[in-house]
Design a protein around this ligand. Sequence first.
Ligand SMILES: Cc1ncc(COP(=O)(O)O)c(C=O)c1O
Length: 457
Amino acid sequence: MTSVNLWPGKGASLRDFAACRSLQVSRCRFATRHCSKIRAVAAPEKQEVRTSLRRNENIGKLQAGYLFPEIAKRRRAHQEKFPDAHVISLGIGDTTEPITGFVADAMKQAADGLGTRQGYSGYGSEQGNPKLREAICNRFYASLGRQPQEIFVSDGSKCDIGRMQMMFGSGAKVAVQDPSYPAYVDSSVMIGQTGGYSETGYDGIEYMVCRPENDFFPDLSQVRPADLIFFCSPNNPTGAAATREQLQQLVDFASANGSVVIYDAAYSLYISDANCPKSIFEIPGAETCCVETCSFSKYAGFTGVRLGWTVVPEQLRYADGQQVIKDWNRVTNTIFNGASNIAQAGGLACLEPQGMKEMQQTIDFYKENAGILYSTFEELGFKVHGGKNAPYIWIAIPGKPSWDTFADILERTHIVTTPGSGFGPAGEGFVRASAFGHRDDIMEAVRRFKEAYGKSS
Ligand SMILES: Cc1ncc(COP(=O)(O)O)c(C=O)c1O
């Protein structure tokens, strides 16, 4: 029997020696780094080493992987099967176009400054650069009664959603649009707000069904009151933007039941319909029952740069009269150390007139992509939704599980989409196509869709 002894080399720790003695070769990851000599010895029995730590049972309730890593896994498997295929992703919803010149230059300058004594800065304020808080407020909220001190700059909306769940805690009952961005439900499960999973979703979560039949707005008379209502408009994945009247209904519903709405406005600059508000704070009464989270990710291509914000009005209070903003400030101070100073320099540039203009051009580009995809699927005879106020197209393909449709599209076109059921039970029978893509990829995707699903095929 041949095996190798991976004896740690110079510089290795005692732990390395101990581990090296007990581990099989295949498990000895530091082999190439620390092991200097290789000689044959017998392999010990493979033994699983366990700690005495009990797994968090809430994490154990989660179904499979988080949706997008799962899609990435299937994409990789497909690429291995078809190594020469040019796989096009209309899946995860990541931006593709370069950050515009004005904004990129501002970040370059900030980065260069960090290499100088005068320009260096370390930790900033956990709540964000005061200039950026003010700029966000002036751009988006000043006319809506919000104040700079109510705006908390962050490393993105997803991270804020997680921190908010931590703040509101495991005792909160949650309602979500169904379908919805998976981070709401999965973070609720992780924090312990739910029971187990069944075909109809997680026990304890109120799923507010949003389908074409109800204009993608829940019938609130059928919704059981919850402590927290996650609401996203324009919605990911359906692309539906709620109207002023619908949002007024939502705010009235929340106020009547003492709920807090976590309003996700990550795509609000994609709205072109004048009757669809870009912020929940356009709705009277929202300041006493809503927080709003937003992001530079899909406006400025900051998905990798990481910058967002959350607005917590001073008027928003708990049942005992305490201000929610005080807790949010406490959470921010304790488990967040502020957004990157380079990213914040980029954010400031985005909000200057030139930055706003460039940001709008990027958004318009993706919206043109959305229009191209929308009309393609419509021409092919599918019932299509979204795409007008959002970078997502929601395509109805009833009669078969959406993971099967996802697999079918991938197999026939080498195009990655997202199965609707990944966004919640009511997403079954749909797939989402994202409009984030280079134009030539979008046109190639159109060609392949027509070839695979056109009448003559
Ligand atoms: C609805 C919604 N909210 C939040 C996010 C996350 O945004 P961020 O990149 O700021 O974390 C996304 C990202 O896809 C999203 O679709």
